[in-house]
Design a binder for this molecule. Structure first.
Ligand code: HEC
Length: 405
C-alpha cells in the first residue's frame, strides 16, 4: 500500500516526464496553487518575505499566501530539486530539473534570490545530472546531495557529481547533515539511515521502521525527519534522542522540508500543499492564508464568528443542529459545519472568501456578507475557521481533496 503511495523519488521524477506539458509561452503564467500536483521542493523566496519558490512540473514558481503562483520564465524546465545554499549570501539557490526532451537540464545556480539562473558547466544534456531531494550542507556549502536512481554527491557546489558509494535500498529522500561535512541522511521505505563517511557506508538510525519521506538539517545542530504514520520528528545531531514534535498528518506525509532563516519550516505535502511549521515544527498551518494566521487575527475572527455566523453555523463551526442529520430550512438546506467535521476544507481560501462575500445563490439565509463585513473581517473569520482544521485537512484543502481519498 505505502509502496504505491510513495513513488521513489526517481519514479516521481520520471512521472514528471510523462505528464510534463511544454513549459512554453502559452503556458498560463499564474494559477491557483491548489491545482499543483507534483511539487518536489520548496525554498523561502529571499526577495520577498512570506513568499516561497516551488519546484514543480511546470517549472520554477513563485507562490504567495493569497493562494496563487506565477511561473518564473527564466527557468524553462520541469524542476525536481530546489535548495537554498546556507550561509553567506541569502540569495543563493540551486535547482535541478529535466528539459522537454527528457534530458537532464542540469544544476542551475542563482545568486540573486532566483531572479536569474546559470547552468553549472557540464551538468546539462544527455550525460548531465538531474536530481530531486536536493540538499546543501550547512557545515560545508560546497557539499551537495541529490537523488536520481542513486544518491548523487558533489563536493564542489554542484558542478561535478559522483554516485555515493552506496545508496540504501528504497531511498526516498536524502539530506546533508548540518554539522558534519561527511555526514549524510537517507530516508528510506524502512526507516532512516546515516552515513558518516560521505556515502560509502550506511547505518540504521534506530528511530523508526516506517517510511521516512523527508529529511532536513535544521538550525542549532538539529535534524528533522518526516516519518509516515508518526509525523515530524527532531533530534540533536550530537545525540541520538528523537522527539516527535508534531502528529496529526494521518495518512498524508511531507516529501520535502526546508528551514527558513527565521526558523519557520516549510514542508511540501504529498498532495502538493505547502505547509508551514512554526514553533520549531510543533504547529503546522497551510501556506495559503499564512500571512493572516496570526493569534490576533484568529482571535478577532473568532469573536466576529460568534457575533455573526454562530446562530446558524453553530458554536465553533459545528453546524446547524448537528444531532439531526435530516434537519432542513425552508430552502432544503441547513448551515453546514465549517470546522473540521464536514467538508468546509474542500474549498480553497479564495472559494470560502467568495461564498462569504457573495452569499449562496441557493439559499437566502446565507447572505452576501460583503454588505456587513469588510474584506479584512472576512479574512479573519477564514483564519479562525482554518485554525479548527486538522493538518490533514489543511494538506487536502481545495481541489487537492480529490487526491486525498
Ligand atoms: C442565517 C443563517 C446563516 C448565517 C448567519 C450564516 N450562514 Fe453561512 N450558510 C448558511 C446556509 C444555510 C448555508 C448553506 C448554503 C448552501 O448550501 O447553498 C451556508 C453556507 C456557508 C458556507 C459554505 C459552506 C460549504 O461547505 O459549502 C460558508 C463558507 C459559510 N456559510 C460561511 C458563513 C460565515 C463566515 C458566516 C458569518 C459571517 C455565515 N456563514 C453566516 C446559513 C448561514
Amino acid at each position: 500500500m505505502i509502496r504505491k503511495l510513495i513513488p521513489t523519488a526517481a519514479l516521481a521524477a520520471l512521472s514528471v516526464l510523462t505528464t510534463l506539458e511544454p513549459v512554453s509561452a502559452q503556458q498560463s503564467r499564474r494559477g491557483p496553487i491548489d491545482a499543483l500536483q507534483s511539487v518536489f521542493g520548496v525554498a523561502p523566496d529571499p526577495t520577498a518575505p512570506g513568499r516561497v519558490l516551488l519546484a514543480t512540473e511546470y517549472g520554477l514558481l513563485r507562490a504567495a499566501p493569497d493562494g496563487f503562483a506565477e511561473v518564473l520564465p527564466q527557468v524553462s524546465m520541469a524542476v525536481v530539486g530546489l535548495a537554498p545554499v546556507p550561509g553567506g549570501d541569502a540569495g543563493r539557490l540551486l535547482l535541478s530539473g529535466f528539459v522537454e526532451n527528457g534530458e537532464p537540464g542540469g544544476i542551475l545556480r542563482s545568486e540573486d534570490g532566483g531572479r536569474s539562473w546559470t547552468v553549472l558547466p557540464g551538468t546539462g544534456g544527455r550525460d548531465g545530472v538531474a536530481v530531486t531531494s536536493l540538499s546543501v550542507s550547512r557545515a560545508d556549502p560546497d557539499r551537495v546531495a541529490g537523488l536520481a536512481e542513486e544518491i548523487m554527491l558533489s563536493s564542489d557546489g554542484g558542478t561535478t557529481w559522483a554516485r555515493a558509494g552506496q545508496t540504501p535500498k528504497d531511498t526516498l529522500a536524502v539530506a546533508m547533515s548540518g554539522t558534519r561535512a561527511e555526514r549524510i541522511y537517507a530516508g528510506t521505505m524502512t526507516g532512516l539511515r546515516i552515513s558518516d563517511d560521505g556515502g560509502r557506508s550506511w547505518a540504521e538510525v534506530p528511530v523508526t521502521q516506517n517510511p521516512v519521506t523527508a529529511v532536513a538539517s535544521l538550525s542549532g545542530g538539529r535534524v528533522g525527519a518526516f516519518v509516515y504514520g508518526t509525523g515530524f520528528m527532531v533530534a540533536d545531531e550530537a545525540g541520538s534522542e528523537w522527539t516527535t514534535v508534531a502528529t496529526g498528518f494521518e495518512d498524508r506525509y511531507l516529501r520535502a522540508m526546508v528551514e527558513a532563516p527565521g526558523g519557520t519550516i516549510y514542508g511540501v505535502a504529498d498532495t502538493g500543499a505547502i505547509l508551514l511549521g512554526r514553533d520549531g515544527g510543533a504547529s503546522w498551518i497551510s501556506f495559503e492564508g499564512s500571512d493572516l494566521a496570526t493569534p490576533e487575527r484568529i482571535a478577532a475572527g473568532k469573536a466576529l464568528y460568534a457575533e455573526t455566523c454562530q446562530t446558524c453555523h453553530g458554536v465553533g463551526g459545528i453546524g446547524e443542529s448537528p444531532d439531526n442529520p435530516t434537519a432542513q430550512d425552508e430552502f432544503g438546506f441547513k448551515a453546514p459545519a465549517l470546522n473540521n467535521d464536514m467538508h468546509a476544507w474542500h474549498h480553497s481560501d479564495a472559494g470560502m472568501r467568495a461564498t462569504i462575500r457573495e452569499g449562496s445563490p441557493r439559499n437566502e439565509r446565507m447572505i452576501a456578507w460583503k454588505e456587513k463585513l469588510t474584506d479584512q473581517q472576512i479574512d479573519s473569520i477564514i483564519a479562525y475557521l482554518k485554525s479548527t482544521w486538522s493538518i490533514r485537512s489543511l494538506a487536502c484543502q481545495g481541489s487537492r481533496h480529490m487526491r486525498c481519498n
